[in-house]
Design a protein around this ligand. Structure first.
Ligand SMILES: Nc1ncnc2c1ncn2[C@@H]1O[C@H](COP(=O)(O)OP(=O)(O)O)[C@@H](O)[C@H]1O
Ligand SMILES: [Mg+2]
Length: 309
């Protein structure tokens, strides 16, 4: 096994004031992966990314980036990383081309114009290269941030909440870009509080809540766990018990016998719903309402940690 591109070991962070945002976190990422760190607001995602990128100092633990210790060998580690921050932070008076070229030179790379041109073209920024950043729309400014992060050809790209508040066109371009980066072998780590985003993008997903990594799994395996849905049938005549012969669906009765509840896996080809409905019809059980709900991130946390986030 080659050395992982990123190894986070025993990282904790207690901010001044005493709040502990990360608790003894371990995470290993391999080269070329697209990894999504999924968790609700306040989970510690930005704190973790900021520590890896050397913006925030960890209270305990070590971080190795492409074999370089992020604390003792900061420059080497940092040069492997591109960061697209959650908040907009760009020099408004510079032009697009100047600011992106500057970002590249910061890491001691010469102004490799062909590479910069490709990045700007990939992000639909080439035509705007001589525009001042303050003249650009919010979506365009965000594209500039991505171009800046990629300017020095990093091996790992961090995207902190890349599509929160972003328009559809940018979102689509971003996904295309991420897939192109992956083809080139760039590792991409993104944070999100949208399950859909993790589902759409990632090879592997880590779920974080309250500063703890609750699980890390292949996306397909995780989506299966997250894919549970509930079907609620409101019956016309309240029932005393779940009718005989319906054991295979493991139904439960709620709401004083007025609601039949069925939990199914929406990722399965056969959800069991058509056969359930015909079994109910066979037994002359009429229902007046039918509703399905997707298990939310909140529900998943409830399942994982046994309490509300
Ligand atoms: N500089 C700071 N000082 C004190 N607390 C902070 C600071 N930055 C973040 N926090 C707290 O740490 C927790 C995690 O924040 P953050 O890493 O931004 O979460 P996320 O990115 O998952 O939304 C939050 O409760 C937040 O209020
Ligand atoms: Mg954040």
């Amino acid at each position: 096994m080659p050395e992982p591109i990123l190894a986070v070991t025993g990282v904790s962070k207690t901010y001044k004031g005493g709040f502990t945002a990360l608790h003894d976190l371990d995470l290993t990422i391999h080269k070329g992966e697209i990894f999504a760190l999924l968790g609700p607001n306040g989970a510690g995602k930005t704190t973790l990314i900021s520590i890896i990128c050397g913006i925030v100092t960890p209270s305990t633990g070590t971080i190795r980036v492409a074999g370089h210790d992020a604390l003792t060998d900061y420059k080497a580690a940092r040069s492997r990383i591109g960061l697209v921050p959650q908040e907009l932070s760009v020099d408004m008076f510079e032009t697009v081309l100047a600011t992106v070229t500057f970002s590249r030179r910061l890491f001691g790379r010469s102004g490799h114009s062909a590479y910069i041109e490709q990045v700007l073209r990939d992000l639909s920024l080439w035509d705007k290269r001589h525009a001042k950043i303050m003249e650009l729309s919010g979506g365009m400014k965000r594209r500039v941030l991505i171009a800046k992060a990629l300017a020095h050809e990093p091996e790992i790209l961090f995207l902190d909440e890349p599509t929160a508040g972003v328009d559809v066109a940018l979102r689509r371009d971003m996904w295309k870009l991420v897939h192109r980066l992956r083809e080139r072998g760039t590792t991409v780590i993104l944070t999100t509080h949208y399950i859909e985003e993790a589902e759409e993008m990632a090879d592997r997903v880590g779920v974080i809540n309250k500063g703890k990594l609750l699980l890390v799994d292949e996306k397909t395996a995780l989506m299966q766990k997250l894919g549970k849905r509930e079907l609620e049938l409101t019956v016309v005549e309240p029932l005393d018990a779940v009718p005989d012969g319906l054991e295979r669906w493991q139904l439960s009765l709620a709401n004083e016998g007025k609601t039949l509840r069925y939990v199914f896996d929406s990722t399965e080809e056969d959800t069991g719903i058509p056969s359930l409905l015909s079994a109910l019809a066979d037994r002359h059980i009429a229902f007046k309402d039918l509703e399905t709900s997707k298990s939310s991130l909140e529900d998943i946390f409830v399942e994982l940690v046994g309490e509300r986030a």
